[in-house]
Design a protein around this ligand. Structure first.
Ligand SMILES: [Zn+2]
Length: 261
């Protein structure tokens, strides 16, 4: 057995989180944070496949980090003033079992209890046009209403996890925030079953997921990536400007992680 905390301590000189803040402007809400997260680690150097040992992780998860960097750049450039603050967070240690985000959720760089929501992006897979947004956590908290409203504005269909048996809501960094009691969502480019898109996604998982070929030579739908960035941006703005803090639904399994319950 390994101690996750010690692993992170040992790795600290090699692997770091990177965080940035866009300060909110409302005196009552500026000390509350909406965290936009993505993991920056991947698998490194491993067993060669077709003579290549470099596991690049372009989709998993350079794409997620690029998305939150682009949201930060667009928000900064627009000069928009939000009520709450946004914390852009690139975490390490996801591939080791979300160790980095667990460490951050237990030792946040902002005051405890000030994080009101997490929106995580991990491998959002812009492989074909973004028409359907797949949302993990859609029915767990009232963040679901925020993403429904955002999707409507952008003309996107919203889809809950079509494969709930894979437990994906608890299989990336959002779960670290969920366990700290913080309402969260995670999103990807969605698709319907038995379509051209589902075939492309299945081929990607088979051929490129956690393989050296998850690199810059693969086809990317840049318009889908652009639209995804726009979706995260508009969602973040909506959450940051909400009058009330996001809440777990009473019916949600995850409500039990709220502080003091
Ligand atoms: Zn991965």
């Amino acid at each position: 057995m390994t101690c996750p905390t010690r692993l992170i301590e040992n790795a600290r000189h090699r692997f770091r989180h990177i965080a940035g803040i866009l300060r909110g402007s409302d005196p009552k809400r500026r000390d509350e944070f909406v965290v936009l997260s993505a993991h920056l680690d991947h698998l490194g150097i491993g067993e060669p496949i077709n003579g290549d040992r470099i596991y690049n992780g372009a989709m998993d998860n350079a794409s997620g980090v690029a998305a939150i960097l682009e949201v930060a750049a667009r928000l900064h450039k627009s000069g928009v003033r939000l009520a709450r603050s946004i914390l852009f967070l690139a975490v390490t240690g996801e591939e080791k079992g979300e160790l980095g985000s667990r460490y951050f959720a237990a030792n946040p760089t902002v005051p405890g209890g000030s994080i009101v929501a997490n929106v995580n992006t991990d491998m959002f897979l812009p492989l074909f046009p973004l028409k359907t947004l797949m949302v993990l956590g859609l029915d767990e908290s009232d963040l679901g209403k925020d993403i429904q409203a955002t999707a409507k504005e952008l003309g996107l269909e919203v889809q809950a996890d079509p494969e709930p048996q894979r437990n994906r809501f608890v299989r990336s960094d959002q779960y670290s925030f969920i366990r700290a009691g913080i309402p969260a969502l995670a999103m990807k480019v969605g698709y319907r079953e038995n379509t051209r898109e589902s075939a492309i996604a299945a081929t990607w998982t088979k051929e490129r997921y956690h393989a050296p070929s998850d690199d810059l030579d693969q086809p990317v739908d840049l318009q889908a990536a652009d639209k995804y960035v726009d979706t995260v941006l508009k969602l973040a703005v909506r959450i940051a400007n909400r009058a009330d803090k996001p809440m777990w639904y009473d019916s949600s399994f995850f409500k039990r992680f709220e502080k003091g319950k």
